[in-house]
Ligand binder design. Structure first.
Ligand SMILES: Nc1ncnc2c1ncn2[C@@H]1O[C@H](COP(=O)(O)OP(=O)(O)OP(=O)(O)O)[C@@H](O)[C@H]1O
Ligand SMILES: [Mg+2]
Length: 295
């Protein structure tokens, strides 16, 4: 279905009591593409994802997902999609392998096929080494990856990822990005939400900006970046220890981090005030950062 639309939506509206959350949203997502819905907290991203994934009904709108009409073919839509949400729901007492095997059994696979699929997914998400460990001993990044792997057992054609990297550190985020790229190269359609233009830029071919329940812009990441005009601050750290320290302090705000060159990039508006306050926060004594430069 490569030339078709994986998602087509016209005029999605949704209110919760008097609160109008979506005010007429149109979306076209080509099959086999990575699409990002970008917006700040409360913009309505999760609400759209829940509607497209059949978990919440829209008040109005005409929606097709994976070629099936949401109004009439809910079950076929459900068999064609997966959703990995903002909060991870895993059973802490199962191991990673058991989690995936259980999902396989729920999807109707034989024991043997469920085990095979579990092994494949553990490998794909870099969890083979942790396969026999209980989920309660997993790090946040590992849990996100396992949660995503579990949603893929049924080989969905359309994959919804609601803020897949919010709250992850730089390294876990990179691993998640690699996993998304791998899924995309396998031909799936990926619909992700994010608060970061950088993340949309890394992953998506098309971006729609959502603000206050309405579409505030659309285009390729390059087009949108040219409009927003944010600037990157490049930091070169003095030592590997300083690098680890600053990585820890920046957390999810780091755009990239390369331990070999001791270089970290962070997002700023390019203003002197914001750059100084960022440096004050990560390196108050000015000992860790060897060089900083806007680019
Ligand atoms: N079930 C609900 N009942 C009432 N209000 C809701 C409900 N779900 C969402 N909202 C409201 O709808 C608005 C949009 O919420 P939504 O969760 O879609 O935003 P979001 O873009 O996903 O934000 P975030 O980045 O914080 O996840 C918010 O004002 C939220 O409080
Ligand atoms: Mg949300």
């Amino acid at each position: 279905m490569n030339h078709e639309l994986a998602i087509r939506a016209r005029g999605i509206r949704k209110s919760f009591a008097e609160l109008e959350v979506l005010r007429g949203i149109d979306l076209d997502v080509p099959a086999g593409s990575v699409f990002a819905l970008l917006g700040p907290n409360g913009a309505g991203k999760t609400t759209i994802v829940r509607i497209l994934a059949t978990l919440t009904s829209a008040d109005a709108g005409d929606i097709t997902v994976a070629g099936f009409g949401l109004a009439t073919q809910v079950h076929r839509v459900r068999r064609s999609i997966s959703l990995t949400g903002q909060s991870v729901a895993l059973d802490d007492l199962l191991t990673g392998a058991e989690t995936l095997q259980m999902m396989g059994r729920l999807w109707g696979l034989s024991n043997q096929d469920a085990r095979r699929r579990s092994r494949e997914l553990l490998e794909q998400f870099d969890l083979t080494g942790a396969a026999r460990r209980q989920v309660r001993h997993y790090s946040g990044g590992m849990r996100r990856r396992l949660d995503l792997a579990a949603s893929l057992v049924g080989r969905p054609a359309v994959i919804f990822l609601d803020e897949p990297t919010t709250g992850l550190d730089v390294r876990s985020r990179q691993t998640m990005w690699d996993a998304v790229r791998q899924l995309a190269s396998g031909g799936a359609t990926i619909f992700l939400t994010t608060q970061y233009l950088e993340e949309a830029d890394q992953l998506a071919e098309q971006v729609v900006i959502l603000d206050g329940g309405a579409i505030a812009g659309a285009g390729t990441p390059t087009e949108l970046k040219a409009r927003v005009g944010g600037q990157r601050l490049q930091l070169v750290l003095a030592t590997p220890a300083a690098f680890d320290d600053v990585c820890g302090r920046l957390g999810g705000r780091a755009l990239s981090a390369d331990r070999e060159t001791l270089t970290i990039e962070a997002d700023t508006d390019g203003g002197a005030g914001q750059v100084r306050s960022l440096l004050d926060q990560i390196d108050p004594d000015r000992r860790l950062v060897q060089r900083s430069q806007l680019g």
